[in-house]
Design a protein around this ligand. Structure first.
Ligand code: GLC
Ligand code: CA
Length: 558
């Protein structure tokens, strides 16, 4: 496929900032917009093109900003709209684009629309949300919210239930109501007019619900699964096409949908190359299915994913979307554990090598790569000694439901699961230097700092030419300088190997060969023998014939 349509966002690398944990400028222990602005030169130094900001809008923070009470205002702890405007201006001056998180499957229960909606059945905002009568005195169906407990909350004022796929402080918007769509599209236009460069759309695959609201299949012996009725629902593509017509098509934006439960078939529609919906989507198969296979309960596991499983998923996505839809590439984000701990090896002797190997694997693939703050330092998972260390509402609710109420899981096992796959792993503060609190704050951080910050931090990385940071920088620069990395078609190699992930990229008579050893032992790999080519990057300076050394990665252009 040599005729892939060109687009700036296909050639870009995105850096995700989770503002709460990035940099605190005023000592209250919470990261903020001015903290980000101060550190823009660091992001620029890495060489990325775009910053995706996790939500910065006004929010009571039940789910750290993914519960928005005012889409046109800034979270008090993060600063003001003036601070935002300054951040946007400074970023643009540095040649960095800003992509906003768009959370429109639900709002906060403190959003004025919901405050009105719950007042009475004939309130003009009533149909902005999804209200149902009780069924036999109970919830309208058996759905479990994504974050434990029923997905329905009873509201005294009118004696009805409202739907919340996430926490009860995150009521789902009713996209069937054209007024809701008007409001959302107006708000998006308002941000576009401000000059932002795109949207990452939170759980956008969930905006259209099966209007029959049927019970879901048993999930954990307690509740039913809502996913079959809310993910990739009946009108989701119609709604996104309307959004595209009315807003997206009027600007030159990066758009990426966070599409829970997306399949290849669905992705071909969401991210179709005609551009009638979104630019690309985040799929979850390489991070989700592996958990379910060896689950303690629900998503919770301590099992480590195997390379072969990861490769099967990523190769499938790369091959099947070839020429018809665009991929996004990621190992971690604010909802996932740290990449080096999950997929690599965070023991001191292997941490940097395996972080570089993983980076090579991902950044040489076809699609737009995303880097999550601290990934470029090889930041690791956290050890959670007690539930007191945890902040994430998903973890706290799971602990309450499975450990305290139903006694299905021991506290030790639950904490071990949090340490393996919990979202707080990604949310410990960015490690800037070896001083108190890793230089994140002069106050008390809202979540504990990972104790390894004295060794793993940005200052140390910037002083070491061999660091993970500079390796990422090189990978990003290579993408910018080599069209084969962006547009080359994808060809899986060495499919029988259980230890080496290899592939080629082909573009205009150039062939890029990439091989990554996912283990701490030498592994056979014949791909580079007798080949005269230009080595674009490797995490080793010397190589051995026929072998990849522990966690060795190589990319050679022939
Ligand atoms: C998405 C976000 C996650 C949030 C959820 C509800 O999955 O990435 O952080 O909790 O949606 O908004
Ligand atoms: Ca602050």
């Amino acid at each position: 496929m040599q005729n892939e349509k060109k687009a700036w966002w296909k050639e870009a690398v995105i850096y995700q900032i989770y503002p709460r944990s990035f940099a605190d400028s005023n000592g209250d222990g919470i990261g903020d917009l001015n903290g980000i602005t101060e550190h823009l030169p660091y992001v620029k130094e890495l060489g990325v093109d775009v910053i995706w900001l996790s939500p910065v809008y006004k929010s009571p923070n039940d789910d750290n900003g993914y519960d928005i009470s005012d889409y046109r205002d800034i979270m008090t702890e993060f600063g003001t709209m003036d601070d935002f405007d300054r951040l946007l201006k400074k970023a643009h001056e540095l040649g960095l684009k800003i992509v906003m998180d768009l959370v429109v499957n639900h709002t906060s229960d403190e959003h004025s629309w919901f405050v009105e909606s719950r007042k009475s059945v004939d309130n003009p905002y009533r149909d902005y949300y999804i209200w149902k009568e009780p069924k036999d005195g109970h919830e309208p169906n058996n759905w479990e919210s994504w974050f434990s407990g029923p997905a329905w909350e009873f509201d005294e004022a009118t004696g009805m239930y409202y739907l919340h796929c996430f926490t009860k402080k995150q009521p789902d918007l009713n996209w069937e109501n054209p007024k809701v769509r008007d409001e959302v599209f107006d708000m998006m236009t308002w941000w576009c007019e401000k000059g932002i460069d795109g949207f990452r759309m939170d759980v956008i695959s969930m905006i259209s619900k099966d209007q029959a609201f049927p019970d879901g299949p048993d999930k954990d012996g307690i509740y039913g699964d809502l996913a079959p009725s809310v993910c990739n629902g009946p009108r989701v593509h119609e709604f996104l096409q309307e959004m595209n017509r009315r807003v997206l098509s009027k600007y030159d934006l990066l758009t990426v949908g966070e599409t829970a439960k997306v399949t290849i078939e669905e992705a071909k529609k969401y991210a179709n190359s005609d551009g009638t919906e979104l630019g690309m989507v985040f799929q979850f198969e390489h991070v989700d299915q592996l958990n379910e296979k060896e689950s303690v309960i629900g998503k919770w596991t301590t099992a480590k994913p195997q390379m072969t499983g990861v490769r099967a998923v990523l190769d499938k996505w790369a091959c099947e979307l070839e020429g018809c839809a665009w991929n996004s590439l990621y190992w971690d984000n604010h909802d996932q554990p740290r990449a080096v701990s999950r997929f690599g090896n965070d023991a001191p002797e292997w941490r940097e090598l395996s972080a570089k190997m993983l980076a090579t694997n991902l950044h040489m693939m076809k699609g737009t790569p995303y880097i999550y703050q601290g990934e470029e330092l090889g930041m690791t998972n956290m050890v959670f000694e007690s539930i007191e260390d945890c902040r994430d509402v998903e973890e706290l609710n799971a602990y309450r439901q499975y450990v305290e109420e139903h006694k299905m899981v021991s506290p030790e096992t639950m904490l071990a699961c949090f340490g393996a796959v919990g979202r707080d792993n990604a949310r410990t503060p960015m490690q800037w230097n070896g001083s108190l609190n890793a230089g994140f704050t002069s106050g008390t951080p809202w979540i504990p700092v990972n104790p390894n910050y004295k060794v793993i931090n940005a200052e140390a990385a910037l002083a070491d030419p061999d660091s993970v940071f500079y390796y990422y920088k090189k990978l990003i620069a290579l993408r910018h300088g080599n069209p084969v990395i962006v547009y080359g078609n994808y060809e899986p190699l060495m499919g029988d190997s259980r230890t080496v992930y290899a592939f080629a990229r082909n573009y205009e008579n150039r062939r890029l060969i990439v091989a990554c050893n996912w283990t701490e032992y030498n592994q056979p790999c014949p791909l580079f023998d007798g080949i005269a080519g230009e080595e674009l990057i490797s995490n080793y300076t010397t190589h051995k014939d026929g072998i990849l050394q522990p966690y060795e990665a190589r990319a050679v252009l022939v």
